[in-house]
Structure formats: C-alpha cells, structure tokens
Design a protein around this ligand. Structure first.
Ligand SMILES: Nc1ncnc2c1ncn2[C@@H]1O[C@H](COP(=O)(O)OP(=O)(O)O)[C@@H](O)[C@H]1O
Ligand SMILES: [Mg+2]
Length: 223
C-alpha cells in the first residue's frame, strides 16, 4: 500500500455549519512523517478526525489505508480503527485501570492472549521510560507521564498509521522529548506512517518529514 492517505478535493463540514475544510488535495505515502500546522480553529483536529472516520465527508474523496472513507462505516470502520493508533491531547486513559492494563487494552480488544498483551505492554512502557509506573493508576501520574502512557497504548497493536493531535501541547520538555523520540522511532523502526498536528515543528527533529499547512480552509502541501 503506497498511499496511506489520499484526499482529492476533500470538503469537511459539521452539520448545519459552513465547511471548515473547503479543499484538501494531498497524498501521504507509507512511512512518511507528516506535520499538520495552522492557526487555532483552522481545522487541524477536524482533518485528523476525518482520517479515522469521525467526520462526515461533505464533498470530494478521502481514502485511508485503501478504504474509501465515504463508504467506511459500522464494522468496516471499527476494523480499520483497530489498525490506527490515536493520540489526543486529553489522554483518555481509563482511570480505574493500572497503567499496564491501559497499554494492554487495544491488544485485549483485538483478542491476543494475555501473555502476548503483557509482553508488549512491558516493552512499550520501557520505551516511554515508565516501567517503574506499570502498577500505578493514571491519577498517580503527571500529565506528561499520562501522555506517554497514551503513546505506548497507541503503539501497542503495531498500527500502520498513527494520528496524534498536539501530543506535546501541554507537556514539559522531558515528556515532549520522549513523545517525539517515540514517534520518530515508530516511524523509522516500525515503518509506521505518522500524521501529527502541532503548533510548532520541533527544532531537534532529525528525520525527513512532510508538512501540510491549513489556511482559510485550504490545505497547502508545502513539503
Ligand atoms: N463539533 C463541532 N461542531 C461545530 N463546529 C465545530 C465542531 N468542532 C469544531 N468546530 C469548528 O470547526 C473549526 C475548526 O476546528 P478544529 O478542527 O478543532 O480547529 P483546530 O484543531 O485547528 O484548532 C472551528 O471554527 C471550530 O469552532
Ligand atoms: Mg485542534
């Protein structure tokens, strides 16, 4: 699959509202790392939502992982989402569950045996430098640590695509660095395609990357 995401004249609108995105035409190929930037309210989160089927397509075309998103609903959408890792700004960890169990969640849903889930969670918690917090509950962690758990969870099922919405928005420098390193490693070592909405492209970002910018409803493919 060469094109992981393909948009042609894509238009996105919330019901009974003027379109947020009026014209998006771009392609994201396998293993690319893409930054999406734009002013606050320009439609960055809206664009990201469309990539996991949480926005109705108001016009044009969008395909993700070879699936036509206009026709991907119900169980087809559910199946596609099982192969996408999603990281939001507001973590969405399950607060009654330990850190370790939170990371195991996507694999348990996918039906893997418990020992496989546990081994994968242990490995990923090591990557986000939180092995020592495996038995803690989300509330016992700092915001940065919670976001790193969310990152580990998003990667647990080896997704072909990671969608991250301002993943370092509220984080201290150390946690931001851990998150960027992990995204970069997932991209380079696991060949995961990464689309990340950010205010600011990190200066120390080493890997080759793409850059899509949103302005007045139009997506500019600037790199
Ligand atoms: N659920 C919604 N219903 C109606 N309008 C929305 C909804 N969510 C966001 N919007 C509007 O869509 C526009 C783009 O929002 P968003 O994609 O969240 O911007 P960004 O992530 O770039 O800050 C904004 O004008 C926002 O007010
Ligand atoms: Mg947003």
């Amino acid at each position: 699959m060469r094109n992981v995401i393909e948009a042609k004249g894509l238009k996105l609108a919330y019901p009974r509202h003027e379109p947020v995105i009026t014209d998006a035409t771009f392609r994201v190929e396998t293993n690319q790392f893409v930054f999406v930037t734009g002013a606050s309210g320009s439609g960055k989160s809206t664009l990201l939502k469309s990539m996991y089927g949480a926005m109705e397509i108001a016009g044009g075309e969008l395909s993700v992982g070879g699936m036509d998103m206009r026709a991907t609903t119900g169980s087809k959408l559910y199946k596609l989402r099982r192969h996408i890792g999603i990281v939001f700004q507001d973590y969405k960890l399950i607060k009654e569950w330990t850190v370790e169990r939170n990371v195991m969640l996507p694999l348990m849903i996918a039906g893997f045996p418990k020992n496989v889930c546990l081994a994968q969670a242990t490995k990923l918690l090591h990557h986000v430098k939180l092995s020592h917090k495996a038995d803690k509950y989300p509330m016992e962690l700092s915001g940065g640590e919670q976001q790193r758990v969310a990152m580990a969870r998003a990667l647990a099922h080896n997704p072909f695509l990671i969608l991250a919405d301002e993943p370092t928005g509220n984080l201290d420098n150390y946690s931001s660095q851990v998150v960027w390193d992990l995204l970069e490693r997932a991209n380079q070592e696991l060949e995961t395609t990464v689309v990340v909405v950010t205010h600011h492209i990190p200066e120390m970002f080493n890997a080759d990357f793409r850059h899509l910018m949103i302005e007045n409803g139009v997506i500019y493919d600037i790199r």
